[in-house]
Write a protein that binds this ligand. Sequence first.
Ligand code: KG4
Ligand code: ZN
Length: 345
Amino acid sequence: MKILGIETSCDDTGAAIYDSSHGLLVHRLHTQIEIHQQYGGVVPELAARDHIRKLLPLVNTVLREADTNPKTIDGVAYTAGPGLVSALLVGAALGRSLAWSWGIPALGVHHMEGHLMAPMLETRSPSFPFIALLVSGGHTMLVDVEGLGRYRILGESRDDAVGEAFDKVAKLLELGYPGGPAVAAAAEQGDPQRFRFPRPMIDRPGLDFSFSGLKTFARNTVLAHALDRRTVADIAWAFQDAAVDTLVVKCRRALQQTRRERLVVAGGVGANRLLRQRLNDMVEPLAAEVFYPRPELCTDNAAMIAYVGCKRLWAGEREPLEITVRARWSLADLQAVDAGICSSS
Ligand code: KG4
Ligand code: ZN
């Protein structure tokens, strides 16, 4: 079964082809960084207009690069939420229309389920059940994953998502957009001894997160110092150190509480090197394993959408002819898919 995947939930236009027998055939991404950079964040209307310009040519590119044509595609999967409605509508409208014109089924996929399943695209992939740390620009969550569509949310952020905190701190430090990679790069030159930021909520029981206090602490530190290059690097280091530590402490707690042996890290912040290093160190004494998608599959991409679409279309799920997207959509509302179906490649 060959599935065309489409991703347009935010500022990346993605297209991919996943084959149930041969795995991921090709995935391509067009990022809109240059468009939004001057505004310091994503402008939804500009994002949607650029998706309109780039998506169809990108679909043609992946069809060509996978050496395939519409006649051999069995279904179309597109991100239907959560995300920016105007951006989602571009992918949903094109995906639904292509499926209709090619006479094949379509399916709207949950963006965060895509992130959760991205590690399944790797050769070394986790088996169910596992704990997933979902860390993106819009979400920070710990999820107990028993199978495709079987999710129990163990904890989430009560305010800012961790990626959002990285982006806001980058703005304070005048490091530009997107902030995560910029803060991580600046932090490499930082002095670990100069500042120590608080670790929010680690001394409280439970698995929820809070990052707005950490962001405020960063703002106050910025206001109290002249922003020379050294200070920018030192603040970036202290912020990254505190944010990563907080995530690691909660992951350890989630593994211990659930006695799961596998941890999966998904979402854009999962590309962070320090986070990966510290999680690897944390799981060692627990005899647990940690799985990461390669960095390009941590951030937004259409490969993960094609993968989830393949599993769910195979299970018989279908989208009606109307084009529906959702700005908000809880993972807990998704339907479970039969374990037999999801264990087949
Ligand atoms: O999953 P994603 O690509 O898009 C969303 O669905 O939000 O995540 C984007 C987020 C942004 O906040 C970005 O700053 C952050 O992931 N990010 C990072 C790194 N790479 C991307 N944060 C920390 N370190 C990184 N290396
Ligand atoms: Zn995402």
